[in-house]
Ligand binder design. Sequence first.
Ligand SMILES: [Zn+2]
Ligand SMILES: [Zn+2]
Length: 143
Amino acid sequence: MTEPYTGGCACGAVRYEVSGEPMMMNDCQCRNCQRESGTGHSSHLTFVGAPVQVTGEASLRTTAGEEGTRKSRAFCPTCGAPVFIAFPDMPEVFVASAGSLDDPARYKPQLVMWTAAGHAWDHIDPALPRFEKMPPPPQQDVT
Ligand SMILES: [Zn+2]
Ligand SMILES: [Zn+2]
């Protein structure tokens, strides 16, 4: 059993603990992730079926993705930091923001998606597999 993945927002009001290994770790250059992160992409760890404990009250902004998947971006109402993404129709999925980890070095990106929306100034490791939009199944994603 590996160490749980723990993390939280910038001010510490919202915290999480995930007991399990991420199914996928990816960078996403979609416009939503750009706006949420304030820069060229977001970095996410996707957990499926792992026990998750969240403490503190996160604010949620729920939107529907291109394929109608509802996702709730959770951020701290005090400091505004993005912390995780939850899915109202897929409660077993939990997506943590890499920058919110207590140990961000545990994030090891495996692919980059939504390169169609990426910018030349947002330089991402060219060795990573790239997808113009979502990767095809079974690595279908969610962020
Ligand atoms: Zn906070
Ligand atoms: Zn994105």
